[in-house]
Design a protein around this ligand. Structure first.
Ligand code: FNR
Length: 371
């Protein structure tokens, strides 16, 4: 269908399911185990209601934002996703080009199909990028990867901490012989090490990740880079407090798009708990520590809910993944336009003209905090 028929980010998903080879669809769309965490990412947003204000002058609406010191046209970043070429020949570069054109930040996956440098080279002059890190068992490789990222001007390092092993994504595992090393630049990034075929894409790339990673290692990262460090995949207030104590610049509250531990709560649910407990300890608000949320964000209303509840910004994964699977760079640009239109309309109807007017009173999140 023509791009103009695509009304929202869910439409891209429906199309991708029809278009993509079954193996690719399985890898992209699967959650772990019974996929309850995957579904919860959407249902959590559906339990939060708005408390819109009226009769305010909402003529001019501004939703530009700053994320880790970087200007962004909207209050989200495109989250890291591995193996982008499976869905489109230009893979991650569709995201890079669209993000550069529309002033949005993209986070580059360690297991991107294109090499890290190829993606950075595709960026526009001055375009801001984040880097996601899976810590390799070979720390020397990791050190070089991180230091190269810093040298290439990456603005923040997101260390993924919820994946000591990649989750059991059964849809993906059923696709025997799925690991197609031609597309598997996760392997390229990791210096062409041999890929273990036969158990799906997930298993093929997971063997590089170091399960011994622990809190003591954070100091080592702080010693090798000056980039701000954000821990991606925090799921409890206890670990959020440890992150503050470790001196990192932020955390992403997330269940990894429902792809890791099934039954792990959604980022939005975690946010409410974390902010409450950080406040009790005098650790929030905190100018040196940011809380990000990802998982299930497809609408501007989702973004606004998370921000009202205290998130600094949100990450969006599959919403953009499916936009380029179906239409390449143009699809991503259309997705950005959709979100921009939704932001403007939703902010008007909420009665705000700037994001700093979003306050917790603008949402009714009682259903999230009831345990
Ligand atoms: C991911 N995600 C992910 N995260 C990460 O830290 N490193 C990675 O390489 C990947 N790869 C990846 C591949 C695919 C196909 C998906 C769908 C997701 C997780 C991602 O960054 C993010 O946490 C979730 O995708 C957010 O949920 P939504 O927006 O997809 O619902």
């Amino acid at each position: 269908p023509p791009l103009s028929d695509i009304m929202n980010l869910y439409d891209f998903e429906v199309l991708s399911r029809e278009l993509l080879p079954p193996k690719t669809w399985a890898y992209y769309s699967s959650g772990s185990d019974d996929e309850i965490a995957l579904r919860e990412n959407h249902s959590a947003f559906q339990r939060v209601w708005f408390r819109p204000r009226v009769l305010r002058n909402v003529n001019k609406v501004d939703f530009s934002h700053t994320i880790m010191g970087c200007k962004s046209s909207m209050p989200f970043y495109i989250s890291a996703m591995a193996l982008g070429k499976l869905g489109h020949p230009d893979g991650e570069l569709c995201l890079t080009r669209a993000a550069g054109k529309h002033n949005v930040i993209q986070m580059i996956s360690t297991f991107a199909s294109f090499t890290f440098d190829e993606i950075v080279d595709a960026a526009a002059p001055g375009q801001k990028l984040f880097s996601q890190l899976y810590v390799n068992q070979d720390r020397e490789l990791t050190r070089r990867y991180v230091q190269n990222a810093e040298k290439r001007g990456i603005k923040a390092l997101f260390i993924t901490v919820d994946a000591p092993q990649l989750g059991r994504r059964e849809k993906d595992m059923r696709m025997k012989n799925a690991a197609d090393s031609g597309n598997d630049a996760g392997a390229k990034v990791q210096k062409g090490q041999k890929v273990d075929k036969g158990q799906g894409h997930t298993r093929a790339i997971s063997s590089f990740i170091d399960p011994s990673l622990n809190w003591d290692d954070i100091k080592w990262f702080q010693g090798i880079t000056k980039m701000p460090i954000i821990l991606k995949g925090i799921a409890t207030w206890e670990d959020a407090v440890l992150a503050v104590e470790a001196g990192v610049q932020g955390v992403v509250l997330s269940n990894h798009g429902g792809r890791q531990l099934d039954m792990a709560r959604s980022g939005l649910e975690i946010l409410v708990e974390v902010i409450g407990e950080l406040k009790k300890r005098g650790l929030w608000p905190n100018p040196n520590f940011q809380l990000f949320v990802d998982g299930g964000v497809r609408r501007a209303s989702d973004i606004l809910k998370a921000l009202a509840l205290g998130a600094s910004a949100v990450g969006i994964g599959k919403g953009f993944l499916y936009s380029y699977c179906a239409y390449g760079q143009e699809g991503v640009e259309h997705a950005l336009k959709i979100l921009s239109d939704e932001m403007e309309m939703n902010m008007r109807m909420l009665g705000i003209t700037r994001l700093d007017e979003l306050v917790p009173e603008m949402v009714d999140a009682r259903a999230l905090t009831m345990h």
